[in-house]
Design a protein around this ligand. Structure first.
Ligand SMILES: [Zn+2]
Length: 374
């Protein structure tokens, strides 16, 4: 049976506008051997727009197939560029909402990097929860527990932070409603997800993952907030437009919501896929000494769809090096391996990291051409 709309619960949706068959269920869980990596569980993707509210989601998603564990690693903070971007956002939030000395709570906090930045920016306490948290020494004021948040937090938090979590949940409305128990009345919330609008404008095919049941627009994330009892203060795009960030307030009415993206935009996205695939398949056939940089989810999805090139992937995260990409089974190597591999071309899947990677290549004395995969 196909999934109901995660935002409004309607069972009615149009025909899929984009489909992918047999993709790895987990992109951010690497394997110890190439064989295990090629044998990972796979799932189907059929993106549809809800007839009732316009929300875009994968109707083939089966929540029971995803079980997050400490092997799951989607930490972006290993990149200095990402970390300094996140530090600026934390400082801005504390400033805008007068959160000096306040308490933050973050379900799905990963290793707690963002909470740590909020404390650095002036908040007094942070409470994080994540099934994949690996206990470590934490700064004063920060507490993180392995698992899900409790029903109540005493004293209640002033600020809810929810980053790159809602798109993974089949029932995000229930989840956000439960978060109310962690918060004081009129607490602020900051919700961040990948942006559907950006995906449609730029052909974000490598961002379509099985882990993401929802692909939120400003309209559908706003509707989710309202259904869960939060008023939307404002929404905006950040990190080069890739993220949609929505600021909300518990228990008060918010701004009027925008319209969801038009059906023509969704159809155009679906129709552009074949040409995009052929372009990169052709590029790798012409340049067999091409190497991919980035063992994150975009890299996994690109490698599943586009064979060819050198059979490894570079990543700066030491936890990923020596492991294998789910689906394609490519081995992850450290940047230092580039000296030996001497690729003619390096493909980067996220333009945001281009300058950081270019600087590392210069340090390594690698002269390969750098190209951003669009
Ligand atoms: Zn709906």
């Amino acid at each position: 049976m196909s999934l109901a709309c995660p935002v409004c619960g309607s069972q009615r949706s149009g025909e899929p506008f984009f489909e992918l068959a047999d993709v790895p269920v987990f992109c951010n869980q690497l394997e110890e051997t190439g064989e295990a990596a090629r044998a990972v569980p796979r799932g189907q993707i059929a993106l549809v727009a809800c007839d009732a509210c316009g929300h875009v989601f994968n109707r083939e998603f089966a929540p029971a197939r995803l079980c997050y564990s400490p092997q799951y690693d989607n930490n972006l903070h290993v990149s200095a560029h990402f970390h300094s971007w996140a530090r600026e956002r934390a400082a801005e939030l504390v400033q805008t909402y007068g959160l000096h000395g306040a308490r933050a709570v973050e379900p799905g906090c990963g290793q707690g990097d963002f909470l740590e930045l909020l404390l650095e920016a002036g908040m007094a306490e942070g409470y994080g929860f994540d099934p994949g948290y690996r206990p470590r020494r934490l700064p004063a004021g920060l507490q993180i527990e392995v698992g899900s948040p409790p029903l109540r937090l005493e004293p209640a938090a002033d600020f809810l932070c929810c980053r790159h979590l809602l798109e993974h949940l089949a029932e995000p409305v229930d989840f956000l409603r439960r978060c109310q128990g962690l918060l004081r009345p009129q607490a602020r919330a900051w919700l961040e997800v990948p942006s559907l609008e950006q995906g449609l404008e730029q052909g974000g095919y490598w961002d379509v993952l099985y882990e993401h049941v929802s692909w939120f627009s400003a309209a559908s994330l706003g509707r989710l907030c309202e259904r869960a009892g939060f008023g939307v203060l404002r929404s905006r795009r950040s990190f080069g437009g890739q993220f949609l960030a929505l600021e909300a307030v518990l228990g008060l009415a918010g701004e009027r919501l925008p319209e969801p993206p038009a059906a023509e935009g969704l159809a155009a996205f679906g129709m552009g896929w074949r040409a995009r695939l052929q372009r990169w398949q052709g590029e790798l056939a012409r340049e067999p000494r091409t190497l991919l940089w980035g063992a994150g989810s975009k890299g996994v999805m690109f490698r599943c769809a586009v064979p060819g090139g050198l059979p490894m992937v570079v990543d700066i995260n030491p936890r990923k090096q020596g492991c294998y990409l789910p689906g394609s089974g490519h081995r992850v190597v450290a940047p230092e391996a580039l000296r030996r591999l001497q690729p003619s071309q390096i493909l980067v899947l996220n333009a945001q990291y281009r300058a950081e990677i270019q600087a590392m290549l210069a340090d390594l004395g690698v002269t390969a051409r750098l190209q951003v995969v669009a």
